[in-house]
Design a protein around this ligand. Structure first.
Ligand code: ADP
Ligand code: MG
Length: 1027
């Protein structure tokens, strides 16, 4: 009776969340009937269309009714509410189960896209699972006469390839439960608790219990719920006594781990591979789906890797086997999630090709009962025959009667077994129910704290009541007056709550970390309703005051993000500071902010683990200014990095965001094995090459300085002291450098070679030397003397950066490094580059034991005189051939902006210049017209031009310091913590700097004017027009 069923696929898009609204996100998903299309936000013409069995628009057009339900704004509106989704998907699953088919429902999507909302639901907006159970028991009751039904409920979690029974009454076994294979049953979890159920209330309570276990397991194991899979298994057995048939079906309801991958660069380059086990189940699921989809397309598939992961073992029948399967793929509507949403849609597209072969699982009612019944019938027959025959066969009769009773007892035992189990489960449920009712009563009487989790689904699950008196909170659970919590950085006795005279306060025990509303405290502090508490590294709780203080407000705004933003603000990183003025904050800055608050608690946790495992390293978040390597000195994008410092040796590493996230998961694994594992845990120290806390030493980019190249375009030498600025704006060193135009053999050019018009260089040979004289005040070496530095730089189209030799142990090392560059035929590109760019001098820090940076000379051409040839690409070829399209676009945009700025800045000077030139010309023409003496012009012009060039040289020299002043002004920003007084001081300072700047500029221009005027005057005098 096998039929071919394709996996049915539904797609649902949720409303914007707070982050997306803050970022002014745009919706890039559109739906019409069963079609969905997604638009590339960077290229709106580019949109991709998909077709699925069902599409659900839950993005807009809804309102909240008086019961708190999200419903369509108007009847018949397009908004898909929970009831609508159930009608299509849930009802189908239920019908299948009742018919005796196995059925599976999977939710797939990135974290926060609405998987749990669809599967479990939030508050009154119940998801597919609770509604399905409710309807299941309704159906069972209405069909009571025709069949007897048994329902068993199980709930488990797969984290890191370990199976955790979420309903287990005993504490978790190390390593989790085993998955076994059986000829008949296929793969199953050995020892998984199956709870007999007969009502939806009972199921709901079990789900609460499971969620609670999940929450505590997550804090206990220091695990992230978005990386775990949650499975609910409902086994339905229907016994049709008249027909002597039993139908049995397994329903798998699966809330998968977040589908997002750590894509951004960094972890790829990591020495240690990503904690593979964490994603193994999801990766394997993808592989199984792909293989099955290929099979449908007629491709030859040799092997389907079911056995590669726990999840795919358990879902084997759901995928390509005996099950009717539905997948709901959930999407964020926002432009910033484009990549993830597109990848979800592609995944779903593949899943819909899978073909299953579902059969009704029916069997004659259990053989044993049947056989026993038959045997009894036979026995009875024999008994009656014996009676009829009137034979005295006492012994035989006795034996027969004993067998008969035994058999009857066995039959009854089988039938009552189920009822017994059910009764036990109900008793269990009653005690649990009493606890819940008790908890509800307590909530109405006492203040309490409730947990806030990164996963909203797990928030508010743990409530700890603070009744009158004093209450210790911590790991210890040894007195009736203690509240037991677990988590990183929580002490045996962590703090004391006191509830006296209707006032609640908390007093940290010395050495333990307690943060109230973002501020760490070491003294007793009074608590107000809705105060935020962070205990230890990252156990977050919301304080709920006395019932009289509560006024029906919405507590949901105090979510995990709220806590972390508050902590970031206390560190001086404000969300508001990103949105200057009434405008929307820059989305890229916002992304940095959210990255920051996402990584912040992870860094705290990493520090705690390092401390407990005695790793001797400290982690610190840093906001890296990417402008450090922008040759135009623009303050462009920022990114986040983690600075890792060895406490003893002061060695430093910089980790990218992705690398840190990867390492954090590996650290958790180590921590899990060595600390939480308890007795007998593997405590052998890890070899270095597998230690996530350790890395080989590398050189570190400390900061950059800018040497503007403009003077080279005029063949004017430049000597400057430039400041090397670190990523956070600190002065790392002062660098003395020179740019000297020279002859091919390296002799410096004289004043006569100075150009008035840089375009004269076009097509001509240009030689110049970069001289790095000395580095002064190296902060890096000041901090630890066993360090060294190198300077790296990349000139125009040189393929690789070049480095100076390393200098060690010296705060003011002499570099004395000289290197010559040659453009054989100066192109317009090079000229533009010289006129608008700076040479970025990167300061690299070396540490004892790390290898020095070496200039790679591959692809570098040299002149006969050993000068490096630049400007190799002819003008016809695009000079940025290697960079990708989007890079090209953005650099083009930056170039345009830059040009615009340059134009404005130079406009005044140009006017000035052209006026002077006109004066000069008219004077010259006057000479020609009046005298007509051609021969004199030849001797007059060069001397005049030389003078003119000299004046210009003076001008450019003085402009160098003006430019330095402008750089200082650009970097001069108020400190984040500045109060009013601080701000006033800043404004005063800024005004002073500005005044100084404008005076210097004024001075330069005046000198230039005076010089040029003098030249013109002298020229007039010489030509003797007016003499
Ligand atoms: N269809 C929806 N309608 C309203 N809110 C939703 C919807 N889907 C998700 N949300 C909200 O988005 C947030 C994240 O959803 P959740 O289901 O927990 O994500 P996931 O389980 O995929 O990580 C929750 O606060 C949830 O209330
Ligand atoms: Mg979830």
């Amino acid at each position: 009776m096998a039929s071919k069923d394709c996996v049915k696929v539904a797609v649902r898009v949720r409303p914007f969340n707070k982050r997306e609204r803050d970022a002014g996100s745009r919706c890039i998903i559109s739906m019409t009937s069963n079609n969905i299309s997604i638009q590339d936000p960077r290229n709106p013409q580019n949109s991709r269309a998909f077709t699925f069995d069902y599409t659900y628009w839950s993005h807009s057009g809804f309102s909240r009714n008086k019961d708190g339900l999200f419903v369509p704004e108007e009847t018949g509106g397009r908004y898909a509410d929970q009831a609508g989704v159930f009608l299509d998907l849930g009802q189908g699953i239920l019908d299948n189960a009742l018919q005796g088919y196995n059925a599976t429902l999977l939710a797939y999507g990135q974290t926060g896209s609405g998987k749990s909302y669809s599967m479990v639901g939030y508050g009154p907006n119940k998801g597919l699972i609770p509604t399905l159970c409710e309807r299941l028991f309704q159906s069972i009751r209405s069909m009571q006469d025709s069949r007897q039904c048994q329902v068993f409920f199980s709930m488990l979690e797969i984290y890191n390839e370990q199976v955790v029974d979420l309903l287990s009454k005993t504490s978790r076994s190390a390593g989790g439960l085993r998955v076994r294979e059986d000829q008949q049953r296929g793969f199953y979890v050995e020892g998984l608790r199956r709870v007999p159920c007969d009502s939806a209330v009972q199921v709901e309570q079990l789900m609460d219990q499971g969620t609670r276990t999940r929450t505590t397991a997550a804090t206990h194991m220091n695990a992230n719920s978005s990386r775990s899979h949650m499975l609910i298994i409902i086994q339905l057995k229907q016994i049709f006594s008249k027909e002597c048939i039993t139908k049995q079906s397994n329903v798998y309801l699966v809330d998968l781990a977040g589908s997002e991958r750590q894509r951004s660069s960094g972890s790829e380059a990591d020495r240690l591979k990503e904690g593979t086990a964490i994603n193994l189940s999801l990766t394997t699921l993808g592989n199984v789906i792909s293989a099955l989809a290929d099979m449908t397309l007629g491709k030859k598939v040799v092997h389907i890797p079911y056995r590669d992961s726990v999840l795919t073992k358990l879902l084997q029948s759901a995928l390509g086997g005996n099950s009717r399967t539905v997948m709901i793929a959930t999407l964020s509507p926002a432009d910033i999630c484009y990549e993830e949403s597109l990848s979800t849609l592609r995944y779903a597209e593949r899943a819909k090709r899978i073909q299953n072969k579902a059969v009704v699982n029916e069997s004659p009612t259990e053989r044993l009962v049947k056989e026993l019944k038959a045997e009894n019938a036979k026995l009875l027959l024999r008994l009656s025959r014996l009676g009829q025959e009137g034979r005295k066969a006492d012994d035989e009769t006795k034996e027969l009667r004993r067998l008969l009773t035994h058999n009857e007892l066995q039959i009854r035992a089988i039938q009552t077994l189920w009822e017994q189990h059910l009764q036990e489960a109900l008793k269990d449920w009653e005690t649990q129910y009493a606890t819940i009712t008790q908890e509800r009563r307590m909530m109405q009487m006492h203040p309490y704290i409730m947990n806030i989790n990164e996963d909203a689904q797990l928030s508010g699950v743990v409530k700890l009541f603070i009744q009158e008196g004093e209450w210790d909170i911590g790991l210890a659970d040894n007195s009736p007056k203690s509240l037991c919590i677990r988590g990183l950085g929580i002490q045996e006795k962590h703090a004391v709550f006191s509830n006296q005279q209707r006032r609640v306060s908390i007093t940290p025990v010395s050495g333990s970390k307690v943060i109230v509303n973002g501020v760490q405290t070491s003294k007793r502090i009074g608590l107000q309703h809705l105060d935020r508490l962070v205990l230890g590294s990252n156990s977050t709780y919301l304080f709920i005051g006395f019932p009289s203080e509560r006024s029906g407000e919405d507590w949901s705004r105090y979510d995990y993000d709220y806590f972390q933003s508050e902590l970031a603000a206390a560190e001086g990183f404000h969300f508001q500071s990103l949105s200057a003025g009434p405008h929307q904050p820059d989305p890229s800055l916002l992304a940095v902010f959210y990255d920051y608050i996402k990584l912040m608690p992870m860094v705290t946790e990493a520090n705690q683990m390092s401390q407990e495992l005695k790793k001797g390293v400290e982690f610190k978040l840093e906001i890296k200014n990417l402008a450090m390597s922008d040759s135009k000195g623009h303050d462009l994008e920022k990114d986040i990095a983690v600075r890792v410092t060895s406490v003893e040796s002061k060695q430093v590493w910089m980790w990218s965001k992705a690398k840190f996230v990867n390492r954090k998961f590996l650290m958790e694994e180590v921590y899990q094995q060595q600390v939480v594992g308890g007795e007998g845990a593997d405590r052998a120290p890890l070899p270095r090459d597998r230690d996530p806390f350790w890395d080989p030493l590398e050189s570190l980019h400390l900061g950059s300085a800018y040497l503007w190249l403009q003077s080279l375009a005029f063949r004017i030498p430049l000597e400057e002291q430039v400041e090397v600025v670190g990523p956070e704006g600190t002065e790392e060193a002062i660098l003395q450098a020179q740019l000297v135009p020279c002859s091919p053999t390296g002799l410096p050019l004289g004043e006569d070679d100075i150009l008035i018009d840089p375009s004269e260089l076009l097509g001509k040979r240009l030689d110049f030397q970069l001289i790095l004289d000395q580095c002064c005040g190296l902060r890096w070496v000041k901090e630890a003397r066993n360090r060294g530095v190198q300077i790296g730089f990349q000139v125009f189209d040189c393929p690789q950066p070049l480095y100076t030799p390393a200098v060690w142990h010296n705060v003011n090392p002499l570099l004395d490094h000289r290197i010559q560059f040659t453009a054989l035929r100066t192109s317009q590109e090079l000229l533009n580059y010289l006129q608008s760019n700076a040479l970025v001098l990167e300061l690299w820090g070396l540490q004892e034991g790390c290898s020095e940076l070496i200039s790679c000379m591959d692809g570098v051409k040299m002149t006969q005189e050993d000068s490096i040839i630049i400007d190799k690409i002819s003008a016809s070829e695009p000079s940025t051939a290697e960079t990708g399209g989007s890079d090209l676009n953005s650099s083009l945009r930056a170039l345009h902006q830059d040009l615009e700025q340059l134009r404005n800045a130079n406009a005044v000077l140009k006017k000035e210049n052209s006026a002077l030139r006109e004066q000069l010309n008219s004077a010259r023409n006057g000479v020609e017209n009046n005298r007509g003496r051609q021969e004199r012009r030849g001797s007059l012009r060069p001397s005049c031009d030389a003078e003119f060039a000299k004046a210009l040289k003076v001008f450019y020299h003085s402009m160098t310091s003006v430019r330095g002043q402008l750089q200082r002004l650009r970097r001069h920003k108020p400190s984040e913590e500045a109060d009013l007084l601080g701000l006033r001081l800043y404004v005063d300072e800024h005004t002073y700097l500005l005044k100084d700047f404008s005076e210097q500029l004024e001075q330069c221009v005046t000198t230039l004017k005076q010089d040029v005027a003098a030249i013109v005057r002298r020229k007039r005098e010489k030509s003797g027009i007016w003499s």
